[in-house]
Design a protein around this ligand. Structure first.
Ligand code: TRP
Length: 404
């Protein structure tokens, strides 16, 4: 059995912060060590161009994010680790997908809708300042995912709509060209991964400007932690850990025993100053060795470049033959080739349109029907003991219909 493919992209516009580490980098690297998955992690630098027109910043962010993932233990030989813009097949697939994507689907994308709604509210032209890149964002993202036939895409809630669009687009292509070209991906929201509170207690996020950069030198990390907002309870007063974001951050780094001990310390009235010092020590214990690796990596950009080039070569070994197959499917073909008979194409389409229905018939047994796109019944049979048996028979009947 082929391994399940897990894929995710990281937009290269910023510097990683503690929230990215706890919410994305750390869990993704842990997941990439599972034997039963094949992982794809990439630097989404084409996506970065949509939000950022500062070339130096794009380059710097790409370097920092690549170095961060490597420093945190991503093994580039065990996973596919590459830069989006090194995979020429991604923009190529983007165009093939663009041509099967309904414009109306893109009109409904959250990011585009938010931009046009804001313009309307200000009484401006809805599309003012909206680039075609922002509009096309979901198609590029669909190409990222579909090109490697990923099964699972771990993302934040804000990205779920994009994964659903990738499914829609992939399904439409499969249907139009009559084949199972694309695996339909599923969004995976890591429910057990904590969202880290930021300096002000809201979710740590660049958009709230409440982040702590991941790679601050120890003294600056300590200073940032001292700046976390607390209430005005005095030393000795019992404190409620569940209302304290200081505790929330501690918990994201500590073991169960350490967390329990810290709960007791809160109940016993630990001073905020001391709680902050303890948080700093715990964070630094985990981050100091990684920070050292990070500094060593970032000092040698050529090595990171080599790692990404190797990753791109491996990824393209999958993408190139796949895109060749897709070009062939849509008709971008060698002119000497004998065209696929129209009948075979029609047969393939009809097969993609068949679907089974299982239901209970009068005598309490189960039955199936196989319908085509126009709801004509092409096969039917009753008398099955359970729905599974009826479904299995329906699938067999579909196979016969498709072959015949
Ligand atoms: N759009 C994603 C984000 O902003 C990043 C991204 C680009 C991505 N391509 C992807 C995530 C493909 C998952 C799969 O977070």
């Amino acid at each position: 059995m082929a391994k399940r493919r897990v894929l995710t992209g990281i937009t290269t516009t910023g510097t990683p912060h503690l929230g990215n580490y706890v919410g994305a980098i750390r869990p993704a690297i842990a997941a990439s060590r599972r034997a039963e998955v094949e992982s794809f992690y990439f630097l989404a630098d084409y996506h970065a161009l949509i939000k950022c027109d500062d070339p130096a910043r794009i380059q710097r962010s790409t370097l920092e994010i690549a170095a961060s993932w490597l420093a945190c233990g991503l093994d580039p030989e065990k996973v596919y680790f590459y830069r989006q813009s090194d995979i020429a097949e991604i923009p190529e697939l983007t165009w093939l997908l663009t041509c099967v994507t309904a414009k109306g689907l893109l009109n409904r994308a959250h990011a585009y809708k938010a931009a046009t709604d804001a313009n309307r509210e200000r009484g401006e032209d809805p599309d003012a300042g909206v680039s075609a890149g922002l509009y096309m964002y979901p198609v590029l993202m669909a190409a990222d995912i579909l090109i490697f036939n990923a099964h699972e895409v771990p993302v934040g809630r804000d990205q779920v709509q994009h994964i659903e669009m990738a499914r829609d687009i992939g399904q439409r292509f499969n249907h139009l060209y009559g084949g199972e070209y694309f695996t339909l991906p599923e969004a995976v929201i890591e429910a057990h991964v904590a969202t880290l509170p930021g300096l002000d207690g809201r979710k740590m996020s660049k958009s709230y400007d409440n982040t702590i950069p991941l790679w601050l030198p120890a003294p600056e990390l300590r200073k940032a932690i001292l700046g976390i907002v607390t209430n005005s309870q005095a030393p000795g007063e019992p404190k409620n850990p569940d209302e304290s974001h200081l505790f929330g951050i501690y918990q994201a780094f500590a073991s169960a025993e350490e967390t329990a001990a810290m709960r007791r310390a809160y109940a016993e009235g630990i001073a905020w100053g001391e709680a902050k010092q303890k948080l700093f020590e715990r964070l630094d214990a985990e981050l100091a060795p990684l920070r050292e690796k990070y500094q060593a990596l970032i000092a040698r950009p050529g090595e990171i470049e080599d790692i990404l080039q190797t990753g791109a070569r491996r990824a393209r070994a999958l993408a190139q033959p796949f895109v060749a197959r897709l070009r062939e499917a849509v008709g971008l073909r060698d002119l000497r080739q004998v065209p696929m008979a129209a009948k075979a194409r029609a047969g393939a389409r009809a097969k993609a349109a068949l679907h089974p229905v299982v239901f209970r018939d009068d005598d309490r047994a189960f039955a199936f029907k196989v319908l085509d796109a126009k709801k004509n019944v092409l096969a039917a049979q009753g008398g099955f003991a359970d729905p599974q048996a009826a479904m299995a028979a329906a699938r067999e009947a579909m196979g016969r219909l498709a072959d015949g």
